[in-house]
Write a protein that binds this ligand. Sequence first.
Ligand code: CP
Length: 310
Amino acid sequence: MLNLIKLANNNFLSSLDTSREEVIYLLELAKKMKDGEMQHIELKNKVLGLIFDKSSTRTRVSFQVAMSRLGGTTIDLNPTTSQIGRGEPIKDTARVLSRYCDALAIRTFNHSDLEEYAKWSTKPVINALTDLEHPCQALADFLTIHEEFSSFKNVVLTFIGDGNNVANSLILCGSLLGVELRIACPKGYEPSPLVIEKAMELNNNSHNLLKIMNDPQEAASGASVIYTDVWSSMGEEHNKESKDKSFDGFTVDENLLSKTNKGSIVLHCLPAYRGQEITDEIFESEKNRIFEQAENRLHVQQALLACLIN
Ligand code: CP
């Protein structure tokens, strides 16, 4: 049994809003919740507001189910049917909603808009994905990795694809946990320089823990985990055809998997474009832990909500 703690930060906008100890605690709590061991934790009568400026299946539904399992509820604040879509200032929306809701989970484009919500909200704000970070996803990813290997020691996590929000949060959360990370992307598609700088600070400037590479074969060599995501994120559809051409050679396929360690696993945060960033054969192979990873969104968010709204 674990005692419930309150996180030091009121918000979860970035993977760096938690300390290393808090991430380890959240993963442990999530695992216990998954195993049905923490059923006394309740958020009865608490309400989570969901503001999603972009489509979502996993994030939206896992937050809704997490609140339901904790005895609370969610309100889906669709921007097109609320005044958000009309352009009501974020600072007004945040001040109003935080008088009704006990926390807000927000998916939007600009990370600065999320920070603006957090600045004006008196209740916790959770990043449900921005162009910069996807920290809830990273928590689920590291829970999945820990379940597989029982430790982060000797794990080599290789992300193949665009240096996007998912890559940024893997870098930050992985650096907190001391996991060896390799990010393989075409030149020009590297993760945020600011994120790399922060991770290097956490790693005491050790280039052994974080490597940004342009050769996917080299990055896959000896890896324990191969992780990929779509090459063009939501909002980049207009540029997809030309962007996809830059990723020639970055498809996760059998040849790439043959370079990895025996016992390696494959992750994808979903949704996937089979035949682009990953072949159907590898997606459906016995190495896939993609649906365990998707399930773990629910458990880590349940743990996060319990620690933020109490
Ligand atoms: N991985 C993820 O965030 O999925 P959704 O876009 O469906 O929420």
